[in-house]
Design a protein around this ligand. Structure first.
Ligand code: ZN
Length: 119
């Protein structure tokens, strides 16, 4: 995986994070006030903050979970583990990352996780 590709994904993830955060703050003035008060709007990981995350979850669980996945992916870029499956550590194909930049599992592990009858 080239540095250029990772950089491209990082830029995408940052944009996605901002859009999600904008959407969540737009939908809820309480949350917006909290984000502003914390001074974290554009910088640090809101989703890593438990109180902020719980609040986001209350507004929109689906988007909150997505935001957390984005934060995870960004953290993995920073520690050099981006693009490797969380479970089996195999490389995640670039096509998959292009489709879902915040994917942390390879297709095999993902489908195993989603397989019916498994918990
Ligand atoms: Zn895997």
């Amino acid at each position: 995986m080239s540095d250029m590709f990772v950089q491209e994904m990082e830029e995408l993830l940052v944009v996605m994070r901002k859009e999600l955060l904008d959407k969540l703050t737009e939908d809820n003035s309480d949350f917006r006030e909290m984000v502003n008060a914390m001074g974290i709007k554009d910088s640090i990981d809101v989703a890593a903050d438990d109180i902020a995350f719980k609040k986001m979850e209350a507004i929109n669980k689906h988007e909150a979970t997505r935001l957390r996945s984005i934060e995870n992916a960004l953290a993995r870029i920073h520690n050099g583990r981006y693009g490797h499956c969380l479970k089996c550590t195999k490389r995640i194909p670039e096509e998959r990352l292009r489709a879902i930049p915040y994917a942390v599992l390879c297709i095999d592990c993902k489908s195993a996780e989603e397989a019916p009858g498994r918990r």
